[in-house]
Design a protein around this ligand. Structure first.
Ligand code: AMO
Length: 436
């Protein structure tokens, strides 16, 4: 049976009535009504009903269809027949059924969604979980989101770059590094492309973006942290934090717009039956000072200079009720590369983009003065010598620049309203999970 002639189930309809076709996929369900036997075949396109009438088909064919275990891989040749009662408006009357690979009988998961399963069980058998319709839609959307992001930047004259993931130094103070052995030296998995995207600003490539993995050795096990995440990073020369905040909010609105009419949204089971609203730009901005003031009204006290707790973010999310930026952060709780505010010495140009449920992105205008950057590195208790390769780029003509990093999984989980970040990663890495 030639695979080249294979048709997807969603390419066919009652309009193909009478045509002889070949379909291939998995045995999704079997229904035995005595005289009639239904085999539901599933492929990437959807489901097709294969109908066998006991008297009309070859005995051997009938027996084979009945015997084949669910989730086996089969190829079926037969005629299309318009059938109003069939799920896709047609059925296939088979002439040949070829079992390409038989499945074991006891399945780790039910792909028909009749029996629910815990997330852990699902992730253990992820290859099988991905066969489920709602899970498939999540990953089709993820792929479309990535395409929408690339289109957005390519249309705006950005250049896509790839920076090393094996690195020698930390960039994000708050989270730990994964050490790896690199021949006779110690190296780390990168936490962020931060240093490299900034170094590119000294190259004349003055609008770059990267979509790639970031590694965070976070010990905690939450519904919004991964140990391997995907981040969209940009860096723009001759730009301020306001310039890159506008790019960020426009990107978020663009992604929502591109996904808003995807029909599978209503099948996710996350309350998106009516779709979602595209967030309106510009997003509101509140200062850090205003944020801690709002939080204190709810009874939680945050000392000036402390980071916002998860409960503080929750209160702010409830109050704001839409995407918003928190700006003018204390320099002490932001990384060494954040440019100080021109108006106040103890605050900086850093910003966070928040969704009511969680943080999506952070960024800033960057320090571009060599002396100030060196002093900032030292004042954070780091050794400037470890950063010489980076600092060098600031000595021979570094333009002012700004950028941000946006978590792809955070964007997806907030947009699709899923509860756990692991839902939007094919094979998540977390505190306990290194396989599959
Ligand atoms: P930050 O550390 O805030 O900033 O990371 C940027 C964004 O990446 C996502 N993210 C994560 N997502 C899932 N699990 C994690 N453990 C995790 N850690 C981070 C979040 C976060 O907002 N260099 C700066 C960016 C910049 O200034 O350009 C940085 O890495 O969505």
């Amino acid at each position: 049976m030639s695979m080249r002639r294979r048709r997807y189930t969603d390419e066919l309809s009652a309009a193909n009535d009478g045509e002889r076709v070949c379909i291939a996929g998995w045995v999704h369900e079997k229904r035995d009504l005595g005289g009639v036997f239904f085999l539901i075949l599933r492929d990437f396109g959807g489901l097709a009903q294969v109908t066998l009438h006991r008297g009309d088909v070859d005995k051997e064919l009938f027996a084979r269809a009945k015997r084949v275990p669910r989730e086996s891989v089969v190829a079926i040749e037969g005629r299309v027949k318009g059938e109003e009662k069939a799920p896709s408006g047609y059925e296939i009357i088979p002439e040949r059924i070829e079992v390409l690979n038989e499945s074991s009988q006891i399945l780790p998961l039910d792909t028909t969604d009749k029996v629910g399963a815990e997330l852990d069980t699902r992730l253990d058998a992820r290859f099988m979980d991905l066969r489920r319709e709602r899970v498939k839609h999540i990953f089709i959307i993820r792929s479309r989101v990535l395409r929408a992001i690339r289109d957005f930047f390519n249309e705006r004259g950005f250049m896509e770059v790839n920076t090393p993931k094996i690195v020698s130094a930390a960039t994000e103070g708050g989270t730990a590094l994964f050490p790896i052995s690199y021949f006779e030296r110690e190296a780390f998995l990168n936490q962020s492309p931060q240093l490299y995207k900034q170094m590119l600003m000294a190259s004349g490539f003055d609008r770059v973006y990267e979509i790639g993995p970031i590694f965070r050795a976070e010990e905690h096990d939450t519904t919004k942290h991964l140990n391997e995440a995907t981040s969209v990073d940009i860096e723009v020369a001759f730009a301020t934090e306001e310039d890159v905040m506008s790019i960020l909010e426009e990107l978020v609105a663009h992604v929502y717009t591109q996904i808003a009419d995807y029909p599978g949204l209503s099948r996710l089971g996350t309350g998106l039956e009516e779709g979602f609203d595209v967030p309106k730009v510009p997003f509101p901005r509140i200062t850090y000072d205003e944020a801690i003031e709002l939080v204190s009204e709810s009874g939680e006290q945050i000392e000036w200079g402390e980071d916002l707790s998860a409960s503080a973010e929750h209160v702010l999310g409830e109050t704001m009720g839409e995407h918003y930026f928190i700006i003018e952060w204390p320099s002490a709780i932001k990384p060494f590369y954040a440019q100080p505010s021109p108006h106040r010495s103890d605050i900086c140009t850093a910003f966070d983009l928040m969704h009511p449920r969680l943080e999506l992105a952070s960024g800033s205008q960057r320090v571009h003065s060599y002396e100030l950057l060196r002093a900032n590195i030292e004042s954070k208790g780091l050794s400037a010598d470890d950063f010489e390769f980076y600092l060098d780029a600031f000595r021979y003509g570094m333009p002012p620049h700004a950028g941000w990093g946006l978590g792809v999984e955070r964007l997806l989980m907030s947009m699709l309203r899923v509860d756990n970040i692991r839902e939007v990663v094919l094979f998540p890495r977390d505190r306990r999970r290194l396989v599959p």
